[in-house]
Design a protein around this ligand. Structure first.
Ligand code: B12
Ligand code: SF4
Length: 468
């Protein structure tokens, strides 16, 4: 049988400007699940291909022409696109299976567009579902017990560009921040053996990857284990030119960890600072003190580990001034990049339940659930103010002087990337302004979702659906 996996991208992410921004932000990488599932199917004798729409426009009619099964991954913001593709590609003799983080929380909704929906980690059920041995419309997949048994992704089945190897050494996270989706999807927290991770690193080296991402939700959650892995990477020369990972501020308290991270070239980290308001941090169960944030920022700069600072905008206890303070702080600590994430009530999270219950949700149109659009009514400002604070944060952080500061601290290529991000973000905001002007400012004020609408208008012609 031939199975084609598709990772769709929401409309805004298919625009040229966003794709350029993505390249400047980091190296191209993939959602690993479809690659792993495709590998399982290939090892069982089937033909599998994986396509990532984020990277390029794809002629879906052509690539799926002889597919028996089309597997579609969906996160919340890409769910409408996933359903659109599913509806177009569904026909007699070809089955559509949908899975991923969004359908795992909203299986009934996804099942309208698919023959089957898989909830959770699909490794244990995908083969039987594809071969028709499991016929249920909604299939519950139990979490993988032994992560060492999951095959390494076979990158030869990936038909779109990717210059980064993606490795998950754990699934889930021992913490439980109230807005976090992944801890609900990947539960309980599990670890792979160090031997298995080392073997995958060796495999990725042999494939010639120069860049690698540890996609663990919290790579430093178990410090003793992380250090053991880093020591082996160093000892066995399994380091890469650049390695990205997700960490927590508590790693800033561990000098030995920081030295090992530096030595193993884990030189780019996304850390959830979230807010500089302790009340807000406590309300989301972040279990993080302001002193942890300060210490971590200093330690990362000292060890030349580039920090991608993530701030959550719109927490109930935060004012506009709290957000601005956060952005100023990120500039002061010379964060390499800023990820200002509008609080997004992803289905399946306590925040989603809470906002639904208190009738504060403004929309359930999933394309807006991308951490760039306001989808709920905040407490200490209006939705429109929060939307403006998001744009302001981008503008204030990615400015010209800070690009030169980054160049001085992290070198020429980092500085140029930052210059590029400055240009791209300014162009985005400029396009938005022109749009606002054309619409005499009225529409955006009334409709806080215009960032999306704007891009929808601009790129409507570029739509690449399966009908073509
Ligand atoms: C790598 C990654 C990216 C990459 C690549 C994305 C791409 N090519 O589209 C980049 C950095 C570009 C990215 C971008 C974005 N991302 Co992202 N990303 C991830 C990350 C860190 C790892 C994914 C991964 O490899 N997981 C590990 C594997 C094992 O799990 P999996 O892929 O989900 O697969 C399992 C199941 O889902 C299922 N499954 C998977 N595919 C399929 C397919 C079928 C047919 C079936 C049946 C089952 C199935 O079985 C798999 C095996 O167990 C996740 C976090 C996470 N832990 O998942 C966030 C995550 C998916 N991203 C997220 C978000 C919000 C975004 C952005 C909107 C961020 C932004 N503001 O720009 C964009 C949107 C991009 C888009 N396509 O439109 C959120 C989604 C939350 C949600 N509920 O929607 C996540 C969960 C992170 C978070 N904040 O919590 N992302
Ligand atoms: S620490 Fe990070 S990965 Fe863990 S629950 Fe909180 S937000 Fe999610």
């Amino acid at each position: 049988m031939k199975i084609v996996f598709i990772v769709p991208a929401s409309l805004i992410r298919r625009t040229l400007l966003y794709r350029i921004g993505g390249k400047l932000y980091g190296h191209t990488n993939v959602i690993t699940g479809p690659l792993i599932l495709g590998t399982i199917l290939k090892q069982a004798g089937h033909e599998a291909e994986v396509y990532e729409e984020l990277e390029k426009d794809i002629n879906f009619g052509q690539i799926c022409a002889d597919a028996d099964v089309v597997g579609i991954y969906a996160m919340t913001s890409s769910a409408p696109r996933a359903y659109e593709l599913a509806d177009c590609l569904r026909r007699p003799g070809r089955r559509i299976i949908i899975g991923g983080i969004h359908p795992s929380s909203m299986p009934e909704e996804a099942s309208i567009h698919a023959d089957q929906v898989i909830i959770g980690e699909a490794e244990n059920v995908i083969l039987n579902a594809v071969e028709g041995k499991i016929r249920d419309k909604i299939i519950y997949a139990p979490p993988v017990e032994n992560l060492d048994a999951v095959p390494f992704p076979d990158y030869s089945i990936l038909k779109t560009p990717c210059d980064t190897a993606n490795i998950m050494t754990t699934r889930g996270c021992p913490f439980a921040c109230s807005f976090c989706t992944t801890t609900r999807m990947f539960h309980p927290y599990r670890q792979r053996s160090i031997d298995s991770v080392i073997e995958e690193l060796r495999y990725d080296k042999q494939l010639g990857f120069q860049y690698m991402n540890f996609e663990d939700d919290n790579f430093t959650a178990d410090p003793a284990r992380t250090k053991e892995l880093l020591r082996r990477m160093i000892r066995e020369h399994l380091t890469f030119k650049e390695t990205f990972f997700f960490g927590r501020t508590d790693m800033g308290n561990d000098e030995e960890m920081l030295e090992l991270l530096h030595e193993a070239h884990l030189n780019r980290v996304l850390v959830g600072i979230e807010s500089l308001n302790q009340k807000s941090l406590d309300s989301i169960h972040k279990r993080q003190k302001l002193s942890d944030i300060e210490r971590c920022a200093k330690a990362l700069e000292k060890h030349k580990i580039r920090l991608i600072a993530s701030l959550v905008l719109g927490l109930d206890d935060d004012t506009a001034e709290d957000i601005r303070r956060g952005v100023r702080f990120c500039r002061r600590i010379h964060a390499y990049q800023l990820q200002p994430a509008v609080l997004t009530p992803f289905p399946g999270t306590p925040v989603y339940q809470q906002l639904l219950k208190s009738k504060r949700m403004l929309t359930q149109k999933w394309q807006y659930f991308d951490m760039m659009n306001v989808t709920f009514r905040p407490v200490k400002m209006t939705a429109w103010q929060l939307q403006k604070e998001f744009l302001r944060a981008v503008k204030k952080f990615y400015n010209l002087p800070s690009a030169f500061t980054i160049m001085r601290i992290f070198g020429i290529s980092s500085g140029f990337r930052r210059l590029g991000l400055w240009l791209v973000s300014r162009s985005g905001i400029l396009f938005l302004r022109i749009y606002l002007f054309i619409n005499k400012l009225s529409r955006y004020r009334l409709n806080h979702h215009s960032l999306y609408h704007f891009l929808q208008t601009v790129s409507a012609k570029r739509r690449n659906t399966a009908e073509r």
